[in-house]
Design a protein around this ligand. Sequence first.
Ligand code: PHE
Length: 503
Amino acid sequence: MEKKQNGFASGLGFILAAAGSAVGLGNLWGFPYKTHANGGAAFVLVYVACVLFIGIVTMLCEIYIGRRAKANPVTAFKFASSKIGWFGVLAVIIPGFISCYYAVLGGYTVRFTVNSFGTNAGSFVSFAEKEWLVILFTAVFIGTALLVVMGGVKDGIEKSSKVLMPALFIILVGTVIFSLSLGEGVSEGLAFYMKPDFSKLSGSGILAAMGQAFYSLSLGMGAMVAYGSYTGKEVNLLKSTAMICLCDTGVALLAGFAIFPAVYHYTATTGLEAGSFQGVGLMFQTLPLVFEDLGFIGKVIQFFFFFMVSIAAVTSVISLFEVVSQFFIQKFRIRRKKVVMAVAVVAVLISVPIGISLGQVLGGKENAIVIFGQNLLDLFDIITNTVLMPVCAFFSCITVGWIIGPKKFSREMEQDGQKLGLFSSLFSVMVKFVTPLLILAIEIFGVYDLVFPVVDSARSFSANGLGITLSAYGLLALGTVIYFVFLKNSDTGTNEDETRAEK
Ligand code: PHE
């Protein structure tokens, strides 16, 4: 009789779940606003190049590291070499941090969905300031993710992804069709999005494209290591990686087709500026104005749009919870339900100050909770995405390129029945040199930009930027110490241990 396996039941299930992790706020909101901030089409081209040259290689590494060990990231890196188990700690810490602020934004999307037929237009700041409401919606959002992750990989994550991802895709395509049919202004929107003007793309734009590619693909945060660990030999890693990257990039590109024509239509027909196109403003300020202007049909589209964004956000936060839960389930052999519950409670508690701080800063309150000049949401975001995520992605590449080695990688892939052929030598060069060097560049320039930001078109030192950088590296150091004191010589568990814990 076949042993009860703790993992994805099918290759398609894995692809959809991993695509669910990848497709998130980063695609539907981050990508369009960053494209806008960095001049349009040229940014898009650089972004796609980053996915092709850095994203695919790194994702393959992460899934492979997880799958060969069939275990949480800490054990998985240990399995690659007993010297590098500490790489894995970062891959558990980062998702823990991201999930708390991601959930606050997830809560916003739920509230905007629920409120679609009411007044989303212009209500952003007043909502953000209502602390209890923000906490409530964040908790609802986290609760939904909790229920899914509690169900386990096969019956929770995989099953829900199989329904939610196709739904997301259908709604997105519908939104694109609607947006393209708006008439006036649409062609200007398309031109902005599709005609590259490289003079508008700066060095920091290129950097933003690289960082965005990582974030969007859920790389450097343990998610792909964890999901990869649940795949069996029958799953073709190369094809799956290609499919996941294709889905993720496809959704990001489609999001641009949904948003730019609509916003340009709004400005063309009303003569009004669409409002803030920056950061949180695009999704929660600009788009509701655009929808509002379209009357009842606009409200219907708005409902589906925010519903889709909520789906995207929830399937992403699920993967973050899974990474953290997987580690604790396996390390301490505790039942999944208990661990997930604890993770969710902690996430809600930490998200409270984050939500409050963001609301205070958006509302322009004096004495708002800020650290190093940032509201807590941006602070967490910068620490994880600008500073730590490239480090973690770098570790993944180095592990496959230099510690396991591309030869062994190819051999193991072939043992699993996957012929790599020509790809093998290309991969070898990429994983050893090209990709890690590019990631290093992202890290160095990212930190440089933080410590010496451009103010009034000149670079000047920022003590806050330095503070953030040092805190992030401090966290890395703390994780490493924890590893060497508590985890190095102890059994950190594998996927098998979950099956045992449940008995
Ligand atoms: N990739 C997700 C997005 O695009 C964010 C995310 C990062 C989710 C890391 C999980 C892990 O929004």
